[in-house]
Design a protein around this ligand. Structure first.
Ligand SMILES: [Zn+2]
Length: 93
């Protein structure tokens, strides 16, 4: 029997390990800058826990993880992404 093991990643906020599919991926793309759920480059992951994505230090943590400066507008985009991301149906795989 072949068993597919899920790809595990660590949430940069709570440091817990989750299935990659249950995390929001933020990538500093080489060409296009900050991207959500796509892009090639240094990435950071945040879990669906409200305590993590609404953490007042989340921007700082992301800047550290991605080794980049995030524009003030980033937080607005980030919050929109989080909102739509939480609307995704739970596939339960
Ligand atoms: Zn977390």
């Amino acid at each position: 029997m072949i068993k597919h093991s899920p790809v595990m990643r660590i949430c940069i906020s709570c440091r817990k390990t989750y299935d990659r599919n249950n995390l929001l991926k933020i990538t500093k793309d080489h060409k296009q800058g900050i991207m959500f759920q796509k892009g090639m480059g240094r990435s950071a992951y945040i879990c669906k826990s409200k305590e993590c994505y609404s953490d007042s230090k989340i921007k700082k943590k992301l800047q550290k993880a991605l080794k980049t400066f995030l524009e003030p507008e980033f937080i607005d985009i980030f919050e929109k992404e989080i909102a739509s991301y939480n609307d995704y149906p739970n596939k339960g795989i």
